[in-house]
Design a protein around this ligand. Structure first.
Ligand SMILES: Nc1nc2c(c(=O)[nH]1)N[C@H]1C(S)=C(S)[C@@H](COP(=O)(O)OP(=O)(O)OC[C@H]3O[C@@H](n4cnc5c(N)ncnc54)[C@H](O)[C@@H]3O)O[C@H]1N2
Ligand code: MOO
Length: 396
């Protein structure tokens, strides 16, 4: 048995980023950049107006209500940059090139136009006002995004804005899932006393989908050693990571541990001093990872978020793979007995976290409405209302 912290350290020590591939930036959402990207151009690449109004020379505006002559127009998309001569104003629109010679743009609300003249109702006008400078966002040749950056919708827009359409990213792990349990019913099956509807596969598939891992290979094994070995070895052939659900405890029909051993995989840890999810197993077979998740649904999902997800994120190239962690006051007192750290399904409301009712490992109802996991180490087994607790934000 290892502690929660030891288990996490063993994940970090045993998991590496996968190889690098080139992907279209548009398809790169959720991938992690393998190298720094240098800006191939400055942004903006020309001086742009940030307002609809008039381009002027700030030194022409010596008092309020200065009158200038209207001498042209610059609209967005215009390719010829005009030149502003002192004493004049050029009509300009947001995103349009600022004429050479102009030092500022006065927004049109602060002007009035009549008979070819423009009255500037603002004084003083600062040089540079409402002008986006060349390279203000990024200078050509500077690091635009660092290797290790998680590509978000914002990153995709930023890269396309610099005329970058492909990027080098770490591959995403391929994941296989082995569902064990003779008690499991599937969609369309008649309800039978003693059997339950299988729900871990769809729950884990949905969690993986959230992480950008969509093409999950799912197999089902009967509660016998041969079927479990076959399922695990086939999945390990085709995938980087194999998750097994159920059959990892000590019962006569729990075969996952024995199957992992029979496959010659190296167990990195088995059993974590935690509730739920005690019988979690992490093994490696060459570079393939095997996680045996406890069958209890809430145990399975806690183990996914706390250990599997960080491993998948390290493989995807992320440096900070764990759920976002913060300290927050707890809304109600909570205490527990026993020698295992606890992970509680929690709901954050108005800056406080509520430990939800129904923390048993078979119960998913609390998880269904949770937005966080509260981590209470055994040393913190009694918390009073308002005490600070460690909260791990669930990814939504
Ligand atoms: N004598 C002991 N018994 C148990 C121990 C122990 O230390 N000594 N540990 C308990 C703990 S803690 C856990 S957690 C469970 C883990 O058991 P398994 O991983 O072997 O899981 P199963 O026995 O196969 O199933 C447990 C539970 O979950 C339901 N289940 C299984 N698969 C699914 C699925 N795909 N969808 C929905 N529900 C599923 C299953 O019916 C059981 O109710 O062991 C304890 N026992
Ligand atoms: O380790 Mo189990 O998940 O407490 O029932």
């Amino acid at each position: 048995m290892v502690t929660v912290n030891e288990a996490k350290q063993k994940i970090i020590a045993n998991v590496q980023a996968l190889s690098v591939q080139t992907v279209e930036v548009r398809k790169a959402l959720g991938y992690v950049l393998a190298n720094d990207i240098l800006a191939p151009m400055s942004l903006p690449s020309f001086r742009q107006s940030s307002m609809d109004g008039y381009a002027i020379l700030d030194t022409d505006i010596l008092e309020k209500d200065t009158i200038l002559s209207l001498s042209g127009e610059s609209k967005a998309g215009q390719t010829i940059t005009q030149t502003l001569v002192s004493g004049n104003a050029i009509r300009i629109f947001t995103g349009a090139p600022v004429p050479d010679g102009a030092t500022a743009v006065v927004m049109q609300e602060n002007t009035s136009a009549e008979n070819g003249t423009i009255t500037i109702r603002e004084f003083p006008v600062q040089a540079g006002k409402n002008v986006r400078n060349i390279g203000q966002q990024i200078q050509k040749g500077a690091v635009a995004l660092e290797g290790g950056t998680f590509l978000s919708p914002g990153s995709i827009g930023f890269l396309h804005g610099m005329n970058i359409w492909e990027a080098s990213v770490h591959s995403k792990p391929k994941v296989g899932l082995l569902i064990t349990g003779d008690e499991l019913l599937h969609k369309g099956d008649a309800i039978v006393h003693g059997k339950i509807f299988e729900s871990n596969s769809s729950m884990l598939a949905a969690a993986l989908e959230k992480e950008g891992i969509a093409d999950l290979e799912i197999k089902y094994a009967e509660d016998d050693l041969e079927s479990t070995i076959k399922g695990l070895s086939e999945l390990a052939e085709n995938n980087d990571v194999v998750l097994a659900s159920g059959g990892i405890s000590v019962g006569d029909y729990d075969f996952v541990g024995k199957a992992v051993e029979a496959l010659g995989a190296k167990t990195i840890f088995y059993k974590v001093r935690q509730k739920p999810g005690k019988p979690l197993l992490f093994a490696k077979r060459n570079e393939k990872l095997i996680f045996a998740l406890p069958g209890n649904p809430a145990s399975s999902l806690v183990c996914y978020y706390e250990y599997v997800l960080p491993a998948l994120r390290i493989m995807s190239g992320l440096k900070d793979p764990f759920l976002t962690t913060l300290k927050m006051p707890v809304k109600y007192a909570y205490s527990f007995q026993g020698e295992r750290d606890e992970f509680l399904k929690g709901l954050i409301v108005n800056g406080e976290v509520i430990p939800l009712d129904g923390q048993e490992s078979f119960a998913l109802r609390s998880f269904a409405i949770a937005n966080a996991i509260v981590y209470l180490p055994v040393e913190q087994n009694v918390v009073k209302e308002g005490d600070l607790v460690e909260v791990h934000l669930l990814p939504f």
